[in-house]
Design a binder for this molecule. Structure first.
Ligand code: AMP
Ligand code: MG
Length: 396
């Protein structure tokens, strides 16, 4: 049996890196950057007025000039005018480029303007006041964004500011979420008392869609090795990765491992020393596509997806590891003696900044109803843990 940390590194060692594609930046939110973005120009690109007023040469003020002749008006977006002689000024608007020969803005509140003359009513005027100096925020060519960054509103603004209409991002992989089981019936369909609603494929899709990690195709297969082989082969052709649920244990109808073997997939591990989710299977196809086969019990599926599959897909997209989040148990927990325990928890805030995690054990690994309202699960080493213990949290 493989240890959880080993399972994680074995998976990572076999994950591909998704190729890049070009997208328009207005389609880029949530995508993972695949290139370095450098500043197009200095930021700001010119000496920018931050107040409405007049632009003067500070040397004039220093030599005692208090009345300035207005040469013209400098609005935002217009090419800069120029001061040519002492005692000249230009009326300037916020956002405009400072005229050549000017280095100081005197705001409107300090002016009396009569016709073509502006008189300054101030005791102090500092050189370069109210000018947001060219290059003071950053220099042209500076690195602004690095590969692996997930694009949010701020990053999209940076791309636009760098003049990029398009950018290179990791593809969103096509992933098939395949539920197996003769007992499964889709929501919306009539269900017999001895049948089960198929929920795992929906949970997988919800998780990976929300995190931008995959475009999911949901499929349901009967427990029949021949139809499974044909269907999985076709899905393998048209997808970048497969996530199966169900049929990986030791039951008479658990055909998934043998079907994947017939497909020519290489087994990397089968069974992890953990509860729930012990029967998890991982391998790669001949085309080196990752195949995750998760146990069908809904709690096991969601735990294995969150603990192993989502991080693997994040890695394949080039996203850096997220810093581990730690929480404090509110109660003593008696876990299994020889297995890592994944325990669902509900979080609340605490005084000292480490969130509190209230255990919400499920009845069995089939009891997914109890997961509603939980935030995720903690990973606990085998054995007993006292209240107050700090543990790593995985959010759903
Ligand atoms: P298995 O891993 O195939 O032995 O399934 C274990 C348990 O999980 C069985 O009770 C199944 O009915 C249930 N199960 C399997 N697949 C799903 C699914 N897609 N949705 C909900 N329950 C499932
Ligand atoms: Mg089954």
């Amino acid at each position: 049996m493989t240890e959880p940390a080993d399972a994680e590194s074995l998976i990572r060692a076999r994950m591909p890196r998704w190729p890049a594609e070009t997208v328009r930046i207005d389609r880029g939110v949530g995508r993972v950057l695949a290139e370095t973005i450098r500043a197009e120009r200095d930021e700001p690109p010119f000496d920018r007025a931050t107040m409405d007023g007049i632009a003067i040469a500070h040397a004039d003020w220093a030599s005692g000039v208090r009345r300035f002749r207005i040469l013209g008006v400098q609005p935002a977006g217009a090419p800069p005018l120029a001061l040519t002689r002492p005692g000249e000024c230009v009326r300037i608007m916020t956002g405009a480029a400072c005229p050549r020969g000017a280095d100081t803005i005197v705001p409107t509140e300090r002016l009396e303007i009569r016709g073509t003359e502006a008189a300054i009513d101030a005791t102090e005027v500092n050189a370069r006041q109210f000018i947001h100096a060219r290059g003071s925020d950053g220099r042209g060519g500076d690195t602004l964004l690095v590969p692996g960054v997930r694009l949010g509103p701020a990053e999209i603004a940076v791309l636009a500011g760098a003049g990029r209409a398009q950018t290179s991002v990791a593809i969103v992989p096509r992933v098939a979420a395949i539920s197996t089981g003769d007992e499964l019936v889709d929501p919306g369909e009539p269900v017999e008392p001895y049948q089960i609603r198929s929920s795992n494929d929906f949970a997988i899709e919800a998780s990976l869609h929300r995190s931008g990690l995959a475009n999911i195709t949901r499929t349901r297969l009967k427990d029949d090795p021949d139809t499974m082989l044909t269907a999985i082969r076709a899905l393998h052709e048209s997808h970048d990765a497969l996530i199966l649920s169900g049929g990986v244990s030791a039951g008479d109808f658990d055909f998934v491992p043998s079907v994947l073997k017939s497909l020519g997939a290489e087994l990397v591990f089968h069974r992890i020393r953990q509860r729930p989710g012990r029967p998890m299977w991982f391998g790669v196809s001949k085309a080196q596509k990752p195949i995750f086969a998760l146990p069908g019990n809904p709690v096991s599926t969601l735990v294995c997806l969150t603990r192993y599959v989502a991080p693997a897909l994040r890695y394949a997209a080039g996203r850096p590891d997220e810093p581990p989040e730690r929480v404090r148990l509110t109660e003593r927990v008696v876990g299994p003696a020889e297995f890592t325990y994944f325990l669902p928890v509900k979080l609340s805030s605490s005084g000292d900044g480490v969130a509190l995690a209230e255990p919400r054990p499920t009845n069995t690994s089939g009891d997914f109803v109890s997961l509603a309202g939980t935030h995720g699960f903690v990973e606990l080493p085998a054995g007993t843990h006292e209240a107050g213990k700090v543990a790593r949290l995985f959010r759903w």
